[in-house]
Design a protein. Structure first.
Length: 217
């Protein structure tokens, strides 16, 4: 909307007018964005695991390496240590992972409102890909990972990561993602700083992130 000649332009109108002028002067030809990223970085399993764990611990996440046959045991121990009795899971999660949990398991669905997710003591999900260099876990909304709200609302997120899905660096991790899927990147528990630069956790997501890394999968 253009301001009347008799009325001074608002700051908003001024900014938008300058944007329109800049766009009018911009070249019409499409630009090619260079994508010459360094790719092909590979690390042995032990180094990849050590780097991934180091980055996660630096973000104040908990890391629990284990073999696949101990998944249920470690999941149960983590939930017990956090006093998590009512646990949410995505519909496609391997139920065997909760075999050692003696509390209640609630399967999530799109119809469950966020306020009910807030009643959960924690959530257990799988993951799609991870990056060792940045300590980042990628969730892509697959059946064993669930919708974004499920991993953000509960105060505890227990995430199972297979070491075979942990890439050394970002380009390799991104290359494994399925284009078009809704991707959430998780690097440690949710945290921010208040006005006095004091760290505050749990503001935008889980206060506690426990990562179970299955070393033989």
């Amino acid at each position: 909307m253009t301001a009347s000649p008799d009325v001074p332009a608002s700051a908003r109108d001024t900014v938008l007018g300058r944007v329109r002028d800049a766009l009018a002067l911009a070249p019409r030809a499409e630009l090619t964005v260079p994508r010459a990223y360094r790719t092909g970085r590979v690390l042995p399993d032990e180094e990849r695991l050590a780097l991934f764990a180091d980055r996660l611990v630096d973000y104040r996440a908990q890391v629990h390496p284990c073999t696949a046959d101990r998944t249920a045991e470690v999941v149960a121990r983590v939930l017990r240590e956090r006093s998590a009795r009512l646990v949410g899971v995505p519909a496609g999660l391997d139920r065997g992972w909760l075999a050692g949990h003696d509390g209640e398991v609630r399967v999530d669905s799109p119809d469950v409102p966020a306020r009910e997710l807030d009643a959960l003591d924690g959530v257990v999900t799988a993951s799609a890909v991870a990056c060792a260099e940045t300590g980042t876990i990628f969730l892509d909304g697959s059946a064993d990972q669930g919708r974004r709200a499920l991993s953000l609302v509960p105060d505890l997120h227990v995430c199972v990561v297979d070491l075979s899905t942990v890439e050394a660096d970002i380009p390799e991790a991104v290359a494994r993602l399925v284009p078009g899927r809704p991707t959430t990147l998780v690097s440690g528990p949710s945290a921010t700083s208040d006005i006095e630069l004091e760290r505050v956790e749990g503001v935008h997501g889980p206060r506690t992130l426990a990562v179970i890394v299955r070393t033989d999968v």
